[in-house]
Design a protein around this ligand. Structure first.
Ligand code: PEP
Ligand code: MN
Length: 402
């Protein structure tokens, strides 16, 4: 069935997705006569529609492409007896059937698996069931400021830190990264600094960032470290909230972000904590945000510690295939903080794309030496950025056979 746009009442969104199948729905429009908060009306992603249909943790896989009415009734009767419901998920070729409710009852599952036309029941036993590659969110496409990630390499670039005393440096850099082919602008307004006497950031830099966005049309990404930063960033219209490596396991902040972005056209760039042990811990951190209703989360490996002698961190782009196997979320690697030196960034960028990353977040400055924060040591110039973009685009085509 060709993809099509569907207009439904809010209350019917989940049912419509189940009936028609997400693969056949290009766009789910929620009718405006419902009591949506003003910001929800601006939201291009049908977040609430997903919320109603997303939390499948068990799938019934039949031997046939589609169950007959009689077979579906038999399945439904068993589920109903255990307080569960069935939701039909219509794919391009075949249907699968999600168990909605508490799927943990072994007797119920055994009865379903005993039916002659059922192949198996796949139970997602995952600590991150929404982020899981087997979740119904797997077809969700994450966007940053209207740019859909995944179909071509995505590039976010800009200064480490925005100097509010030198706004022209950021504005000039914003134009240059756009020229070089970047889709989005990054820039630190508030900075997590190891040394409490180093420059900590300034809310005035937010005005510079938004002015750069206005002039270039690029969506912008900035890090927040607390609820006040978050409020200011959202009020200013920041498109992507960055969670830095130091806050990657700050669960209260992750929850606050999840609550603040629910129903808004805002995404999150979640850095991998520098001391994160497992890939699962990284994905579970994203689950904290997604479970509050907005599935627009991007995973960002950025190097871990202990460092590799000579690099700022231990480059970790090699975890991309592991992430891709376990979760549907796009992966945008940060090679700048990973290696920590401008000269190594091009090779680290190529490696990330070769490993299957969906994009890169690179520190770039028209005059790295005049920048503050990390720029003097690790920002690449716009010329180098342009070369990275063109070479990684080529590698993307080779690696993906596109
Ligand atoms: C940054 O992006 O400038 C930054 C501080 O990143 P990280 O949290 O990865 O160190
Ligand atoms: Mn930095």
């Amino acid at each position: 069935m060709p993809a099509r746009a569907v207009r439904v009442n809010r209350a019917d969104a989940g049912e419509a997705v189940a009936r028609l199948g997400k693969t056949s729905i290009r766009r789910l429009r929620i009718r405006r006569d419902f009591s949506a908060a003003p910001e929800e009306k601006l939201c291009r992603t049908p977040v609430r529609g997903y919320r109603r249909a997303q939390f499948f943790s068990a799938m019934i896989i039949p031997n046939v492409n589609v169950l007959s009415d009689g077979q579906l009734k038999e399945v439904t009767d068993i589920l109903t007896a255990y307080g569960c419901k069935v939701m039909v998920i219509t794919g391009a070729e075949r249907c699968v059937y999600a168990i909605v409710g508490d799927e943990r009852n072994d007797d119920m599952v055994t009865k379903i698996e005993g039916l002659p036309y059922i192949n198996r029941v796949d139970r997602i036993q995952s600590p991150h069931k929404l982020m899981d590659i087997r979740s119904s969110l797997a077809t969700h496409r994450v966007k940053m400021g209207g740019i859909v990630l995944g179909s071509e390499p995505f590039f976010c670039a800009g200064p480490c830190t925005i100097d509010p005393k030198n706004p022209n440096l950021t504005i000039e850099t914003a134009h240059a990264v756009k020229e070089a082919g970047a889709h989005a602008l990054r820039g630190g307004v508030w900075k997590p600094r190891t040394n409490p006497y180093s420059y900590q950031g300034d809310a005035k830099a937010l005005l510079v960032l938004m002015e750069a966005s206005r002039q270039t049309g690029l969506p912008v990404d900035t890090e927040v470290m607390d609820e006040e930063h978050l409020r200011l960033a959202i009020e200013a219209g920041v498109h992507c909230i960055q969670v830095g490596a130091r806050n990657a396991l700050n669960y209260s902040l992750l929850r606050q972000i999840g609550e603040a972005i629910a129903g808004r056209d805002v995404c999150v760039l979640l850095k991998r904590g520098m001391h994160l042990g497992s890939v699962q811990e990284f994905i579970s951190a994203a689950e904290y945000i997604v479970q509050l209703g907005n599935p627009n989360v991007i995973l960002c490996p950025r190097g871990t510690q202990p460092t590799l002698d000579g690099y700022r961190n231990h480059p970790d782009e090699s975890i991309v295939p592991l992430l891709k196997e376990r979760t549907w979320a796009p992966v945008v690697v940060d090679p700048s903080h990973s290696v920590g030196k401008a000269a190594y960034v091009p090779a680290a960028s190529l490696a990330a794309i070769a490993y299957g990353a969906d994009g890169l977040c690179i520190e770039c400055n028209v005059h790295p030496g005049k920048g503050i924060g990390d720029d003097p040591k690790q920002a690449v110039t716009p010329e180098v950025l342009r070369r990275i973009i063109s070479q990684t685009r080529e590698l993307w085509r080779i690696a993906r056979g596109a």
